[in-house]
Design a binder for this molecule. Structure first.
Ligand code: FAD
Ligand code: SF4
Length: 462
């Protein structure tokens, strides 16, 4: 009977107001709303939602606790599988994972699993619930490279097993894409990300920032000179791609990575920071993924008229449906089935516009999606002062080029076994975007978890 209640809506900032600020868009459930939403769950005997979760959170068990108002117990259940629940509750593509397979979704709306996870994690933070440091230490040292979701998860799981873990992070702040890529209005940095990183440190994990592995020290040195018996590489995929079209070298063309890093990590959007950022008046973002939506919504908040230019149709947009919906509500204009052919440059070398061609969808390509094909004679121009390229990223080759015996594939991704993260070099494991190329937070976390188990097995049998 409970399942007959419709999905409880979640409060959001008004689109007109939020388009001018960087505060969080979604305001989350109240305790009453969370309990009401939890009461929709059927507590299935064969919970498809759990199979849809890459880190196997016991979803029906935590939801049952929320239904009864036992939020601390719900937090404990989630904490057994995930060290970043407030992050995942906000940014995971639940619609294609747990919620995508929820039984209630067959005929109606699935349980709002992500929003419930977020509620529980926020409640735990606000009520001072902390992870417990493991008592037993086994004295074995493991190095983790990169403090993104993959590295933090691997480090947290190993610390729970008693390992002496040190994370080496190239940037001055831990979090990876969670701090430099995803904007504040989707994922608050101080309240949410910093707190979940602190929770990993509370498990006993040491963190050294401003250390670039491959430059400051190599993996071989960590293992032969500093006593690390195993290494996990979770260095992500931070190298931006460009289109290779004329005019791309002009002033006013940015990678989404640079634009978002200046805004998020270097806090250029805040009046109390001096970090320079280019505030365009008319900005085109090329691409249709989460990164493109984040760049467009950031440019909009900095005062620009903003366009998304994407060569396929709305159906193929790789971004989360929620992000596309929010971008439209805020006023981002979509030029779909459109491909840029040239960036137009003025006499001073600055962007003055973009030439595009309309596309139609042809036969499916290798990815299974219908290939976009140019429509002859359909070229048109848009006047602009800024272009942001959000076309995907690949792993930085620094680590692979300085580590003998570490194999990479043709995309410069590290070759590693999916089941346990083992690479072609003994004692070295890898996972997350460094292995798969740009993917998702939860897949990176799943890979970090698998590698932690792989490292434990390797060191137990050594
Ligand atoms: P990263 O998060 O990239 O972390 C890698 C870390 O390693 C970084 O901190 C980096 O500084 C460090 N590092 C790199 N090289 C070295 C070195 N040589 N020495 C030491 N440290 C090093 N996913 C979602 O699920 N939902 C979303 O909504 C979403 N939105 C996104 C929006 C943007 C703008 C971007 C860029 C990505 C988004 N993603 C999203 C993808 C997701 O963030 C990534 O898949 C995920 O962060 C990958 O985790 P990771 O730990 O493998 O790598
Ligand atoms: Fe509840 Fe849906 Fe999971 Fe069934 S599949 S246990 S209804 S969340």
């Amino acid at each position: 009977m409970a399942a007959k209640i419709g999905r409880v809506p979640v409060a959001e900032q008004d689109p007109k107001v939020r388009a001018t600020n960087f505060d969080e868009v979604c305001l989350g459930y109240t305790a009453e709303e969370a309990m009401m939403e939890a009461s929709r769950c059927l507590n299935c005997k064969n919970p498809r939602c759990r199979q849809g979760c890459p880190v196997s959170i016991d979803i029906p068990a935590f939801i049952a606790q929320v239904k009864e108002g036992n939020f601390a117990k719900a937090a404990e259940i989630i904490g057994e599988a995930s060290s970043l629940p407030a992050v995942c509750g906000r940014v995971c593509p639940q619609e294609t994972q747990c919620e995508g397979v929820c039984v209630l979704g067959i005929k109606g709306e699935p349980v709002a699993i992500g929003k419930l996870e977020r509620f529980v994690a926020d409640w735990a933070r606000e009520n001072g619930i902390e992870p417990v440091m493991p008592k037993e230490k086994n004295g074995k040292k493991v190095a983790v490279i990169g403090a993104g979701p993959a590295g933090l998860t691997c480090a947290g799981d190993l610390a729970k097993m008693g390992y002496d873990v040190t994370i080496f992070e190239a940037l001055h702040e831990p979090g990876g894409v969670l701090v430099y890529g995803i904007p504040e209005f989707r994922l608050p940095k101080e309240t949410v990300v910093a707190h979940e990183v602190e929770n990993v440190k509370k498990l006993g994990v040491k963190l050294e920032t401003d250390v670039i592995i491959g430059k400051s020290v190599t993996i071989d040195q960590l293992m032969s000179e500093e006593g690390f018996e195993a290494v996990f590489i979770g260095s992500g995929a931070g190298l931006p791609k460009f289109m290779g079209i004329p005019g791309e070298q002009a002033s006013g063309v940015f990678s989404a990575n640079e634009f978002l890093t200046r805004n998020n990590l270097m806090k250029a959007f805040r009046d109390d920071y001096d970090t320079p950022i280019h505030r365009g008046k008319k900005v085109a973002v090329i691409g249709g993924g989460n990164v493109a939506m984040d760049a467009a919504r950031t440019a909009l908040r900095l005062g620009a008229d903003t366009y998304i230019i994407y060569r396929r149709s709305e159906k193929e947009l790789p971004a989360r449906a929620e992000e596309v919906h929010h971008a439209k509500e805020e006023g981002v204009e979509f030029h779909l089935l459109t491909n840029p052919t040239e960036i137009l440059v003025d006499d001073n070398g600055w962007v003055k516009g973009i030439r595009c061609i309309k596309m139609e969808l042809g036969e499916p390509d290798a990815s299974g999606r219908r290939r976009p094909v140019e429509i002859p004679g359909s070229e048109y121009e848009i006047e602009l002062d800024t272009v942001i390229m959000a076309l995907g990223t690949s792993p930085n080759p620094l680590i692979s080029s300085t580590t003998e015996g570490l194999e990479t594939n043709k995309w410069k991704c590290i070759v590693a076994e999916e089941a346990n993260g083992a690479t072609t070099k003994e004692g070295v494991f890898a996972g997350g975007d460094a292995v798969t190329g740009a993917a998702t937070v939860i897949l990176a976390m799943g890979a970090g978890k698998a590698a932690a188990a792989g490292i434990h097995e390797y060191l137990s049998n050594k």
